[in-house]
Design a protein around this ligand. Structure first.
Ligand code: HEM
Length: 203
């Protein structure tokens, strides 16, 4: 569904709008991002570990997306957000969003967290809500993923990544350090996405 060629050239992935005018602008400043990075515990040490994690995970990114979708699929109340209103599969939607999801894994590990990256995190958040879901790929699936499912699914996303990191054959201590850095980075990403859901004064 997602080719190595697409992952190496994300600008060719339809709807991957990082750095493009089509992306939303984040309401946050880079100073506010730095405060959130501190809260997430992300250090320069973690960024070096993330770069290593990116090298390990890149060949598995498409498979990881398949694994995560396989966790959602058996649950009708979760699977419905990728389906037509009558509950049948929206294969075009699944195919179109797959490479963006896979590229996200690589971006978590390797993309400098600059203004363009920050802006695109807000865009991804919006794409899980009624504000922008379905628009990129022209789907007619339910138009809003509740924030509680977004947050709850962060657990499986993080936990299952350890197995992919372990495929590198590195010692368990190393894998723990890579996994810890990945955990903090995913929490930072998903926290930024919640800004699309939550009133400014509460966020
Ligand atoms: C930590 C949890 C989650 C992560 C890391 C995640 C990640 C992503 C990413 C990276 C994208 C592509 C964004 C882009 O267009 O570049 C995406 C889109 C999408 N995700 Fe999630 N997601 C999470 C939770 C969920 C849950 C719980 C569901 C459904 C129950 C879901 C359903 C979708 C759908 C349907 C899209 C396409 C949205 C659109 O119409 O543009 N996601 N997700």
């Amino acid at each position: 569904m997602t080719s190595p060629e697409q992952l190496a050239h994300p600008e060719q992935i339809p709807g991957y709008d990082l750095g493009r005018d089509r992306s939303a602008r984040s309401p946050l400043t880079l100073d506010e991002l730095a405060k959130l990075e501190a809260a997430a515990g992300l250090t320069d040490h973690d960024d070096r570990r993330l770069a290593e994690a990116g090298e390990i995970l890149t060949p598995y990114a498409a498979e990881m997306v398949d694994a995560w979708r396989a966790l959602l699929a058996p649950h009708p109340h979760l699977a419905r957000y990728s389906q037509h209103p009558d509950g049948t599969a929206d294969e075009a939607y699944a195919a179109a969003s797959h490479p963006r999801f896979a590229r996200w894994i690589i971006d978590v590990c390797t993309r400098p967290r600059d203004q363009a990256w920050l802006d695109y995190q807000h865009e991804i958040g919006l794409r899980h809500t009624h504000q922008k879901k379905n628009q990129t790929d022209g789907s007619d699936s339910p138009e809003h993923i509740p924030m509680r499912y977004l947050l709850a699914f962060t657990g499986p996303v993080i936990a299952t990544t350890r197995e992919f990191l372990a495929r590198s054959g590195r010692p368990a201590d190393d894998i723990d350090a890579l996994h810890a850095a990945f955990t903090k980075a995913v929490m930072l990403n998903v926290t930024l996405w919640t800004r699309a859901y939550v009133a400014t004064e509460d966020w």
